[in-house]
Design a protein around this ligand. Structure first.
Ligand code: UD1
Ligand code: CA
Length: 490
């Protein structure tokens, strides 16, 4: 085997492509105790979007996330994605972060570098960047964009206006007055030929405003070494449709909130395109993963959060907040309801002002009315609790009616206990059910009862003081009082 064959077979044995995501930085400009990449937009951490986009391009074992600041929390937050982690113990810059990933990436022919704080990047763009990089046979390819306001970003200095060859990237703080007019920014997203990168990566110096090793300096270094460095402009992606927001970063809370707004607008547009009516979508807070079926109507000021799934032809009225819930079809959520980690079956009616706490399962056509709170409560088909009730750790059978003001006393100060209410039960208003207790099918509970013992099927239970009535008592009392007053005055 001659040397050429040897090196080409060595190349063959290399995997083609890895993705490195830089996520070790603290995010000083956020002025937050939480590390930057764990800040959320659309209900999920910034980093989880970047990993999701990367995993559309390579399988997760080929994704290396560089972690450092609050590394354990970051790993815990995105661990289930299957991505690998590389530690950068001291955060000495973006170039240093890639140096820390040196061993991990050595076995790949090319790497893509993504930034953990640039969350809206689309997999299509990453793919196109990669293809351009391979076609240009470049050592480094920089994804660039030309946003309205380039302030704060590194600028890309092309060798000539009409060529994709890049001379250098200059960070905002080091810009000359003339360079400041350059609108083309560095997105912080790159493709590198790995061997060439690793050959020159050690040459980075911290001779800059932050005394850090800047990955951006690789452009000038590789260029000086006679390697090809090119820019790939975002506008080239697709039909020129990609907005610059795709590559905008989140360095400050204001930038984070702007990205959140962009993402939520996109989510609302996705749902509306699928047949959901959202009135005044700019007033609604809809998380990125929420799914809603066609012909459902969402009124202004609604929040749909987390993994919420809503069926078809539902109406979600204003000021309701629905988090991690599953709603069937034809569900009505009246105004100002709070639903968390609960399921609501087809045709059920909730609210106004109802609170479904975690573990509530509201059956088909069931009603949960004003000021009713449920927790770990299962309501059977057609069951009703229309007014002012607390239903906790309870199972309510099909067609049962829970009167106004009913309370399941599920807590004895130490432990929680269950209540079981069978089918077709009538619980009179203002009754308390002291758990553990069971009311069997078809039983009646008289209003105002305090039920402490099981009630058999078909029975009537009344547990309250008997009423007594004294005829003429009021007039007699008045007369007695009048004579006492007269004596006192005499
Ligand atoms: C960087 C670029 C800038 C570009 C911008 C695009 C550099 C020097 N500058 O600036 O040209 O326009 O991104 O958004 O690269 N990180 C680490 N370890 C570190 C430092 C940072 O992992 O030691 C991570 C951060 O967590 C972050 C990413 O690298 O996710 C970028 O770092 P950041 O400090 O935000 O760089 P910018 O100032 O935005
Ligand atoms: Ca940044």
């Amino acid at each position: 085997m001659n040397q050429d064959e040897e090196s080409s077979s060595e190349l063959e044995s290399r995997a083609e492509l890895a993705v490195v995501i830089l996520a070790a930085g603290k995010g000083t400009r956020l002025k937050s105790s939480r590390t930057k990449v764990l800040h959320e937009i659309g209900g999920k951490p910034l980093l989880s979007y970047v990993i999701a986009a990367a995993s559309q391009v390579v399988d997760s074992p080929h994704i290396y996330v560089v972690v450092g600041h609050q590394a354990d929390r970051v790993k815990a937050a995105v661990g289930e994605t299957g991505a690998c982690f590389v530690e950068q113990a001291d955060q000495r810059g973006t170039g240093h972060a890639v140096q820390c990933a040196g061993d991990a990436i050595a076995g790949y022919r090319h790497i893509l570098v993504l930034s953990g704080d640039v969350p809206l990047i689309r997999p299509e763009t990453i793919q196109e960047l990669c293809q351009f990089h391979l076609a240009e046979q470049a050592a480094m390819t920089i994804l660039t964009a030309a946003p309205e306001d380039p302030t704060g970003y590194g600028r890309v200095l092309r060798k000539h206006q009409d060529s994709s060859d890049v001379a250098a990237i200059v960070e905002e703080k080091a810009l000359t007055a003339e360079q400041r007019t350059v609108r083309e920014i560095n997105s912080g997203i790159y493709a590198f030929r790995t061997l060439t990168l690793l050959e020159h990566l050690g040459k980075l110096t911290a001779n800059n405003a932050h005394r850090e090793l800047y990955l951006t300096d690789m452009a000038g270094l590789l260029n000086a070494a006679g390697e090809r460095v090119v820019a790939f402009e975002l506008a080239r992606v697709g039909e020129g449709a990609a907005p610059a927001s795709e590559v905008l970063g989140a360095n400050t809370i204001a930038e984070l909130v702007a990205l959140d707004a962009t993402l939520r607008t996109a989510t609302a547009n996705r749902l509306m395109a699928a047949g959901v009516t959202i009135f005044r979508p700019e007033t609604c807070l809809i998380d990125a993963d929420v799914e809603v079926a066609p012909d459902t109507i969402i009124e202004p000021f609604v929040q749909l959060l987390g993994s919420t799934r809503i069926g078809a032809e539902c109406l979600i009225r204003s000021y309701s907040v629905v988090e991690n819930c599953t709603l069937g079809d034809h569900v009505l959520i009246r105004q100002s309801c709070i639903l968390a980690e609960s399921a609501v079956a087809d045709g059920a009616k909730i609210g106004p002002f109802a609170h479904l706490r975690p573990g509530s399962k509201i059956g088909e056509d069931a009603h949960v009315g004003n000021f009713v709170e449920t927790k770990k409560a299962t309501l059977g088909k057609g069951a009703k609790a229309n007014h002012l009730a607390y239903l906790g750790d309870v199972e309510v059978g099909e067609g049962s009616n829970i009167g106004a003001g009913v309370i399941t006393c599920n807590y004895d100060g130490v432990k929680k206990h269950p209540t079981r209410i069978g089918k077709g039960v009538f619980v009179g208003s203002d009754s308390t059910l002291v758990a553990p207790v069971s009311v069997e099918d078809g039983a009646y509970i008289g209003a105002g009862s305090c039920i402490t013992k099981d009630v058999p099927a078909g029975a009537l239970a009344v547990a309250r003081a008997r009423q007594f009535t004294k005829e003429g008592w009021v007039a007699a009392r008045r007369a007695r009082q009048a004579s006492l007053d007269k004596e006192a005055g005499a």
